[in-house]
Design a protein around this ligand. Structure first.
Ligand SMILES: [Zn+2]
Length: 160
């Protein structure tokens, strides 16, 4: 006889594979920060790692890479306070999965003191994406389950 390691009720999120989320959200869009002059084509990134039951979809915009964003699945039980408490861990997990933006140096850069130097002229936070540049912080919001379903349907992202 086989014993289950653990059980829980099935929830709607179980029906949405990572590939579906990627098909729905990793779409190029014309991002504009302030004016049309700073517009550029950006593609969001859906992270493979998840936290807890992974049924809540978190949209994370770093100051340096907005309006592009990472999407991370977090625990459906997390309220705003818990997400705030966990945000550093979530950012670390994004960095682990996507890398840290900036040039990799053996010694910390003389100017910025970082081994992932971002002060060089050729550095672009946009080009580095989805490698993370969270030096100046981030903001986040939760995408509701209804909105997620709507986006998946609208973009015809369900697997055939
Ligand atoms: Zn530097």
């Amino acid at each position: 006889m086989t014993h289950a390691v653990g059980t829980r009720d099935m929830v709607p999120g179980d029906l949405i594979p990572l590939a579906t989320l990627k098909a729905a959200y990793e779409r190029e869009f014309l991002g504009t920060l302030w004016t049309h002059g700073d517009s550029g084509h950006l593609t969001p990134y859906v992270c493979e790692h998840s936290h807890g039951d992974g049924l809540k979809l978190l949209q994370i915009f770093t100051i340096n890479q907005r309006p592009n964003y990472h999407l991370v699945r977090v625990d459906s039980g997390w309220k705003s306070d818990e997400i705030s408490d966990q945000i550093d861990n979530i950012l670390s997990a994004i960095e682990e999965e996507c890398g840290r933006a900036g040039a990799y140096l053996d010694q910390p850069c003389d100017r910025c003191g970082d081994t992932a130097c971002k002060c060089g002229e050729d550095y672009s936070a946009d080009e580095a994406f989805p490698a993370l540049d969270d030096r100046d912080g981030c903001s986040w919001n939760v995408i509701s389950f209804a909105e997620m379903l709507h986006t998946i349907a609208k973009r015809n992202a369900w697997p055939n």
